[in-house]
Design a protein around this ligand. Sequence first.
Ligand SMILES: Cc1cc2nc3c(=O)[nH]c(=O)nc-3n(C[C@H](O)[C@H](O)[C@H](O)COP(=O)(O)OP(=O)(O)OC[C@H]3O[C@@H](n4cnc5c(N)ncnc54)[C@H](O)[C@@H]3O)c2cc1C
Length: 420
Amino acid sequence: MATAKDKKKRVLIIGSGIVGLCSANYLLRDGCDVTIVERDPLGDGTSCGNAGAIAAAEVAPYPLPGLWKSVPGWLMDPLGPLSLRLSYLPQFLPWLYLFLKSCNQTKAEASAKAMSSYLGSAFDDYKPLLGSAGLEGLLKKEGTIFVYKSDKGLALDNYFWDLTRRNGVTLQSLNQKEIHEREPALGPQAYAGVYTPDWGHFANPGDLVHGLARLFQENRGNHLQGEVESFEIKDNKPVSVRTRDGQRIEFDQLIIAAGAWSARLSAKLGDKFPLDTERGYNTTLPNPDAELNNMVVFAEDKFVATPMNIGLRVGGAVEFAGIEAEPNYARCDTLLQLAKGYLPTLNGEGGTRWMGRRPSTPDSLPVISPSRHHDNVHYAFGHGHLGITGGAVTGRTIANMIAGRPGTFDPKPFHINRFD
Ligand SMILES: Cc1cc2nc3c(=O)[nH]c(=O)nc-3n(C[C@H](O)[C@H](O)[C@H](O)COP(=O)(O)OP(=O)(O)OC[C@H]3O[C@@H](n4cnc5c(N)ncnc54)[C@H](O)[C@@H]3O)c2cc1C
């Protein structure tokens, strides 16, 4: 006879991006009864159309000492990497304040140390999931080159590279000839480079998330379509969610992995967090006429190009405009224009343009944390530029939390209360 102890834990996950899907598949492996509630088709969020990197070398945070000095120039430059819609400024100021407060050496050193231990298992934690889903062939782990146009540009990143190296990342300087040997499609504008082997990419992040969604359903995970609007609390404990179309879904444990929308939901449970969204853009070119062997990071102009199984994806940019604002696809054209400077034969015709919303925290560390108030609520959001990179680590960590097992890195820097 089944006892209460044998009863499977009913875990409800809000959101089916890379973070929700990795968490769901790890929880199924633990024997939990897992439901994902998602308002859109499974895996169609920001996780579907991005640059696909496992950027395990990106341990240095975005807020770095002195970074603020570059911001006015970036904002004034129509080809610059950063844009801000003026109408959004009042809502953006609190996040900006906390970001600027994090731009100091003490904080950067602590964040890099935390990220280095978090990302240490980025590749290994994908292995069981990719193996079960038959997706191993999708991952290419062949490193990347960070490309610079000038010595001045390279010198501006001195502290970034020093911090990265001191946190265990393998780096190798490349001159123009060595860059060209690795990536013949790059023209003379690729003047200097830094190569790291601690990097990989998925040949298509859409295939990754849809493959993980398939694995989830094959292993009897439940999928309900609906947009969560509210929570029902009984005896001081959340017990169910209510969707916009009136569904009531009960749970024992709740995980909020709703990407850029997560803080709106966490606030309803009393857990406020300063989350904003860095919107980013890309274009996938089906006939690029410029073949890259591996992903390339154009470090001075802050965009990337990834060779995918559907063409070459050129993208990046950071736009602060809030979640709901209409996309400004002119950003895609700007990035293609920049890319043509580095890839002289690039054919920009026939591309598919895309915009996604990075869920971004002011210190660029994700939130992987229990709730401040409810011990059956957990948060997995705020992965910013590194959701694909860290998705499997977060998924495994969430499963450990639910099972009461210890984690593999210090959880404190990732707690939801760190800006209190
Ligand atoms: C241009 C660009 C390039 C990028 N390149 C990379 C890269 O190379 N490598 C990397 O590691 N990262 C990259 N990223 C970042 C990465 O895409 C994100 O960090 C990641 O997708 C976030 O995943 P997520 O699961 O948290 O959110 P999402 O993928 O956004 O999923 C959240 C889901 O929650 C659902 N949802 C929200 N609210 C509700 C609700 N109330 N009820 C039900 N469902 C809800 C949404 O519909 C969505 O499907 C890039 C991002 C951009 C924009």
